[in-house]
Design a protein around this ligand. Structure first.
Ligand SMILES: Nc1ncnc2c1ncn2[C@@H]1O[C@H](COP(=O)(O)OP(=O)(O)OP(=O)(O)O)[C@@H](O)[C@H]1O
Ligand SMILES: [Mg+2]
Length: 457
């Protein structure tokens, strides 16, 4: 049964509405404000959200906009009191599925819920179909580097061989992982991704293997882990270099034994997953330094696949640029020689992702006519950095990785918190970080920066 989330600050509504839905066998999650709701959506397969119009911290309308832009396949039903029906109507115009008036009527709740879930299902099916036929997974490029990658994908996809994909940020690691899955016999089975950098070490085990109800304090329901979710399909460990040694040991065991146990369960489950992994770090070095297990590295690195950075395959730049422009519905556009020169000579630190962002900005801002150098220069990442940041940038490259990462993190967070006038909840929300981990990081960096000690909460 699909999972449903209720976001309402009134405990009474959370209880009544939740009970009604649970009686119908839906899995129900409850949150008292939008931020707590987003956290749940990140973790759980939520299909439908009941969203109150009047909420503390972030109002229902703003929350709706966030939901629509970040989780477009979710349906949202607004809940409103008499005074806010105007707003609820406006919400429907903004993409909410419908609105329910307080006090809630049982019949209406169930009808709206059923309809919304049907629409959500159709939407997802439609999306999946489109994804298959569209060029979403198409790997563009004629350079030798890309041709080689296409060949390797072609060779290894049909096998169950583990592939370790390496390359800089934005170079296309995830795209390649998806291409391997799509071209394999497992294509119609799940492709499950786990971003090892995004999950705190305390949660990783339950994330990987799932847990039984009651396995630990917060385990209110049984939950499948990613291994189980990927059964018969592909499990993609993204940013594997960030996985803790503790988690590495567990993953290694699961791979070797091809079986797992949910936390709090004695029963072993046989699993059949193909493992792909990606990293932008030097894992061999990490092994030498004792931060990554040799035995796991050898298991994952059966087929190494390195994606060269864009600056080493500049012949792909225009091809990719026109491909992305077309994706953004720009068909007719011309660049002058200087502009092209800049595109070729630029170092593209953000690789294809940066190029794609650049194309998107061109699509939005361009007024017609021939595009010149200046027009593009504004859109390039490193050109936009201020002087201070550029010097920081150079300094960063002189440091050992751990220190560079630390320094970047500090500066980045300082900047972001300042951008949000010290509002840490908002900052966490916009930069896509859990509130608790942001608080932890701010504490770690001493809280002496621009955000000041008082805001650490
Ligand atoms: N050769 C390519 N052809 C078309 N699109 C590409 C190509 N390579 C990358 N892209 C696109 O560029 C963006 C970044 O790619 P992707 O997310 O796969 O990179 P990544 O290496 O996983 O990045 P990160 O290290 O930041 O996780 C995506 O939108 C992807 O579809
Ligand atoms: Mg990636």
């Amino acid at each position: 049964m699909p999972s449903i989330l209720i976001i309402d600050d009134e405990p009474g509504i959370r209880k009544t509405l939740g009970d009604i839905l649970e009686d119908e066998q839906y899995t129900v999650w409850r949150a008292e404000d939008a931020f707590a709701g987003f956290d749940i959506i990140e973790r759980e397969p939520i299909r439908l959200v009941f969203l109150d119009v009047l909420l503390p911290h972030m109002g229902g309308i703003e929350a709706l906009e966030k939901l629509r832009s970040r989780w477009a396949e979710l349906e949202v039903v607004m809940i409103s009191g008499h005074a806010t029906i105007d707003m609820a109507v406006r919400a429907v115009k903004l993409g909410a599925f419908d609105f329910l008036e307080k006090p809630l009527s049982l019949n209406r709740v169930l009808t709206v819920c059923r309809n919304a879930l049907t629409v959500s299902k159709l939407r997802r099916e439609n999306h999946a179909l489109k994804k298959n036929i569209s060029s979403d997974h198409e790997i563009i490029g004629n350079s030798q580097g890309i041709q080689h990658i296409r060949e390797v994908i072609h060779q290894v996809a049909p096998t169950d061989a583990r592939v370790l994909i390496t390359g800089e940020n934005g170079s296309g690691k995830e795209l390649v992982a998806r291409a391997i899955h799509t071209n394999s016999a497992r294509a119609d089975k799940p492709f499950v991704e786990l971003n090892c950098a995004a999950i705190p070490d305390t949660l990783i085990e339950s994330e990987l293997f799932g847990h039984e109800k009651g396995a630990f304090t917060d385990a209110l329901k049984m939950r499948k882990g990613r291994f189980e979710a990927a059964d018969n399909g592909t499990l993609f460990f993204d940013e594997i270099g960030d996985m803790s040694l503790n988690a590495q040991a567990k993953v290694l065991r699961a791979i070797q034994e091809q079986r797992i146990e949910r936390l709090g369960s004695e029963k072993s489950l046989d699993i059949n997953v193909r493992i792909l992994a990606a990293t932008n770090k030097d894992l061999e070095k990490a092994c030498a330094e004792g931060r990554f297990r040799h035995d796991l590295f050898f298991r994952l690195n059966v087929i190494p696949l390195y994606i060269p950075p864009l600056r080493e395959r500049s012949e792909d730049i225009t091809l990719l640029l026109f491909h992305f422009l077309k994706e953004f519905d720009v068909e007719q556009v011309q660049f002058d020689d200087e502009a092209l020169q800049l595109l070729y000579s630029y170092s593209w630190p953000g690789n294809i992702r940066e190029l794609r962002n650049c194309a998107e900005r061109i699509a939005i801002m361009h007024q017609g006519g021939v595009i010149g150098k200046e027009e593009i220069a504004d859109f390039l990442q490193s050109r936009r950095l201020g002087k201070a940041q550029v010097s920081l940038h150079n300094e960063l490259f002189e440091l050992p990785y751990a220190q560079a990462k630390d320094m970047f993190e500090k500066q980045y967070l300082e900047f972001q918190v300042a951008q949000h006038q010290g509002d840490i909840r908002r900052t966490a929300e916009t930069i896509g970080m859990h509130l608790t981990s942001l608080q932890g990081k701010l504490k770690k960096h001493g809280g002496k920066g621009r955000w000041g000690q008082g805001l650490l909460g």
